[in-house]
Structures are given as structure tokens and as C-alpha cells.
Design a protein around this ligand. Sequence first.
Ligand code: ADP
Ligand code: MG
Length: 706
Amino acid sequence: MEKIQLPINEYENEILKAVTHNSIVVIIGETGSGKTTQLSQIMHRHGFTKSGRVGITQPRRVAAVSVSRRVASEMGVRIGEEVGYSIRFEDRTSDRTCIKYLTDGCLLRECLSDPELRQYAVIILDEAHERSLNTDILLGLMKKLVRRRSQDLKVIITSATLDGDKFSSFFFKCPVLNIPGKLFPVEILYSMERPASYRESALQTAIDLHTQQPPGDILLFMTGQDDIDKTVSKLEERIRSLDEGSCMDAIILPLHGSLPPEMQVRVFMQVPPNCRRIIVATNIAETSLTVDGVVYVIDPGFVKQRQYNPGTGMYSLDVVQISRVQADQRAGRAGRTRPGKCYRLYPFSVYEHELLEATIPEIQRSSLASAVLHLKSLDLPDIDVLKFDFLDQPSRESLEDALKQLYLIDAIDDDGLITKIGRQMAELPLEPSLARALIAANDLECLSQCLTVAAMLSCENVFTPTSSKGASKKRERVDLNLPDGSGMGDHIQLLEIYEEWHQNHYDVEWCKNHGLQVRSMMFAKDVRQQLSSLMYKITKESLDVMTKESFREKRIMIRKLRKALCVGFANRLAQRMERHNGYRTLCYKAQLVQVHPTACPLEVDDDGLYPEYVLYNELLVTSRPYIRNLCSVEASWVKPIWAKLQHFDIGKLSGRALSTEELNIPTQEVTNCSATVTPKLSENRENIIQSARERFLARKQLKVKK
Ligand code: ADP
Ligand code: MG
């Protein structure tokens, strides 16, 4: 590997001096200056790894894997030896590992078994500007940790944006090192007005650039995988249709977080001369992965953002405008190797007046259940969740929402203290609901099945995506002869699919023939294996896949499993509101959320009614609010959860930091505010259901007559 000269290497001495004399140092450097790949090596070269590892956190899994591979190859070692990585469900480190890249979530989990993080001599919280929820929590924890390990721990915070002062004042006014970037000038061009379709406009701009502009790669920002796939195939089509020899060749490369590894590396590979790369990426290319050679950037100005509403418990996935900081980062990608151009597909007035100054940190727009559970389980004497030292405080509403959710699933008790169950949950690399379901399943003797469900839910999507829209997607699934969930919903269907695959000896062809993604299924198998070994610590029993032969046995087992899931998803139950034609518009919850069209069919009872309650994995607002991945539950299982909701005291849950009075929330409202289960059917609703029932029976009569 050639010797690499990056801006950061020129400041090696300054960095060493600062780190030697201070426990915490903030390093600010332009994207691509070498923070992620070089800092760890600098620390290693200068002996810091003699007393422990260098751990470098990344907010994204893709970055942790790709960057550690890069560093291993620069150092001429095999991945997993001196240089390794650790991400959820995959640990590629060994005793020899002294440079370890890991996701911020992984480091957080390591705090549980080793609160002082003794394996590390240096911790680098990288990409702090991304302000991921986990990094924000780590920032607060590091502040405590450096006091306790002031003699033997070094913490470095890196950021690509100029928010050094904010970090510095958070960390006792620690020094900030600015690494001047070698950015070439980037000319910024604005559109006169906003295009009707940003995708179409981006596409056209890319083609114009390719046919008219001198060599240099093009980087085009899109909002998500869907967008990227469509753009890539349209670009390919249009470029093929250009006259042969009228312009240089082009190779089009997608880049996003769920790209398989072999596709990721393609972005970093050399291209033949006289060939232009057009990279179509999500905001992953803004700061966390640097692709050299880009001269033209096309920025439509949008990003896909998940937003949690603690009042309703709903997540929405919205395409929103980027912030000015993001716009500037994107433009900067064009000037890495020589002067470049950035085409903003919006007018200057939008940049100046409409874009937010900076992106809202994740901590202010996500559910905090998992984070709060984590903080509670750390047992730090001075941690009061509502008073935790956050760089940016989350809203009180979302902290309370998290406390309530944790209380409902027995992770904390009436006094807000973590329970034994809560501790077990925190150890599992799963979201709290799934972790709780596993523990309940162990008690109900259906753990093996629940493990399978948890593993299947951990995959992004096991079904091969079809280009067609919702309705036909569902039909195709049925046509493929997949199990149908026995009328109990998606969780059960996932279980049945996995068990059938197991009976087919995990055959790859079987997956393909049934419209399942091989990679996802393999991942599920791997995850199941890992979860089993984690649960084994609790159960000491073998957790192999066990399929039930007789119909009766199977029914009983499924019922137990649904019950266990109900315990775990107590904070995500929905009550039937009204029944329309067909299950697709079956409505649950007061907000009239609908069952997603891809859901597998639910069984109706003797009266033709769908289950009164379902649990759901996700409540997502797209064009309208949908619940996805649902499973029917029985009304009697829901009763104890209601009861619990009736008498909880948010003041006590937060560790008596505040009494209900201080919070100024009337008790009545507390029970209703984000209650996912409405304690009592209002009369009105009872009527609605009654009349729906009557309408249904009338229709049924009509049919019989025909
Ligand atoms: P920073 O963290 O400051 O943004 P990095 O350390 O990620 O910078 O990148 C430094 C340089 O290393 C960049 O020029 C980048 O292109 C290069 N680089 C990083 N990862 C890879 C990779 N996987 N393959 C090839 N080059 C890479
Ligand atoms: Mg970086």
C-alpha cells in the first residue's frame, strides 16, 4: 500500500501533543482529511495501544465495515487481526486486535458488561457531527468516564463541521484542533425555481453534465434506496440510448446503507480511463464515506428522515429539506481533488431562507425507550434520566413517553427502578419490545419460536421486492405458496416461513423459488444463532428450531407465542375501531390507522369480525398512518396492561425527579396521552363497532340468499 499523505498526517505532532496533555480533545477536519482512517493509526504508531485498544465509533454499520477494511489494507494486515470491527450481530475482532472500529450502538452495549470500558486506552467518537442518538448518549457517558479514568483514558471527538465550540464547552472547555482542509473552490449553481420532480430534474442534470462537461465523476444525492434504484436504472437506460461515441463511457454506481458488501467496494474501485462514474448515493456520501474523484455534485436538497411523535407513538418517514450545513457538506464533495461544481436544484432564496441552519439531532426526533433503558441499566449512582447531561436535551415529553413504555413492558418498576427483566432486556441486542417478548416466551415455553420471529424481524426485508405496487405485491406473495401465518398475522407467517425453510435444509433454491431474499434469510439464520447463544445464558436449554407436527400442537404453540409477543409489545397494541370492506382498510386505534396492504390476512371470527386487538411492529406514517407487521392478540391478554396503565405515576418513574404535580399533567391525560391501548371503549365507538357488525351480518345474509 502506498504511503498516504492526508491533511491530518501533517498535524500528527500537534495531535499527539494535545492528546498527551488532555483527556479529551476535539478534532475538526473537512470530510476526507483522514480523521476516520488515520487517527487510529496515529495513536497506534505512537504507542497508545500498548495499554489498550483504540476504539473508533461509527454511526453507520457500512462505514464501520468499509473503513476498517481500508485501514487493515493500509497496514497490510488481515481484517479481524490487528484491525477489526464489531457491529450488531457480527464481531470481527480477536485478541490481537488493537484498532477496533465499531458502531456507536455496540460501544454502548459494551458499557453494560464493562462500564469503565477497560479494554480501551483511546476512544474516538467519530462523525460526532452526525449527532446520532447513540453518539449523543456516549458523549454524556464519556463526560463521566474521563473523570473516573483520568489517568489512563483518552477521548477524541471528531467532527466534520465547525461545531467545535459546542463540543468543547460541553467537555469542560477542552482544546479544539482544526485541521485545515485542502478544499478546491466549488462553484455553486442554483436552479431558478424548484423542479416539479426532483428525481426527474436530477436525472436530466446528470445526463446534461455527462454529455457536455469535461471528465470528472458525478455524485448525485437521492433520499433512499428506492429512489436510488429507480434513478440508477433510468440513468442506465438514457445513457445506453445516447449515440455511440458522442461522449465518454459512464458507469453508474448506487451507494447506500443496505448495499451488499461486494457492491459497496465497487464504489472505491478504479475505473478504466475515459470512463465517468456517476454515483447515486444517500446522505451516506455527505460525510461518512468519501469517494475521491468527484467533480460534479447534484443536490436536489432533500433527505429522508425518521421522525418519532411521542404524543401518538407514531413514526413517520418523511422526505424533508436538508439543512444548510448538509447542503455545504454536499457541495464540498465536489472540490476534493480539483475545482468542482455543485448544482443545487433549488433557488438561492430557498437555501438562504427555508433551509434550517443545522439538522435536528436524532435524540430530538426518535423514541428514547431503548436509550433510557440503557441509562437505567448502567447503575451509575448519579444518573437521573430526566437530568442526564445531554449535549442537546430531548423533550420531556419524549423522555416520559420512554419511561411509560418501559414501565408497560416491566423493564422498570413503579418507582422507576430497573427490574431484573429490564436488565436482561438491556443485554440483548434487540429493541426493548422484542427483548421483552423473548423473556416472556421463555416463561411460556415457546422461546425457540420467538427467537425465530425476532431473527426474522431483524432483517430489513425477507421478501424479494417487486417493482409492482402494494396490491399485486400481496397477491404475488400468496401465489408463491408461502405459509399464510395461520390467519394470525405477519409474525406467525415469518415463523412458518423460517420453519419451512428449516425443513428444506436451509436450501437457497427454496428461498428463490418462494420469492425470499437469500441474503436476508441467511442473515436471519445467523442472527437466530447468535440470539440463541445469548439467551442460552438465561435458559441453559437448547434452542434449536422445533417444529410442531400436529395441527393441535401447532395451534397451542402459536397461541403461546402470540401471548409472549403481546407482553413484549404491550406498548404497541391497537384496538379495532371499525370495519370497512376487506381487511385492507381495517382500522385500528383512534387515529384511524390502517393495516398496511402488504400485511398477511387475518382470520375472522364466527361473526366475521377481525380480532379486536392486534399488536404491531411498526406504526408508520407515509401517505397515511399504517401499521405494519401485525399479529392478532386476545382481549384477555390486554386487560392486565390496561390495569397497569391506570395507575402509574410519571414522577415516580423518572426516579422521583419530578412529581406529577410539578409536571403539571392531569392524571387523566397521562393515561390517555400516548396510550397505545385505550383503557375503555367509548360508548360512541362501541356503537360504531356494533353498527359495523350489523352491516356485515346484513351483507352476509344477502350473500347467502344469492
Ligand atoms: P474523514 O474521516 O476525515 O472524512 P477518511 O479517513 O474517511 O476521512 O478518508 C481519508 C481518505 O481515504 C479519503 O481520501 C478517502 O477517499 C480514502 N478512503 C477511505 N476509505 C476508503 C476505501 N474504503 N477505499 C479507498 N479509499 C478510501
Ligand atoms: Mg470520517
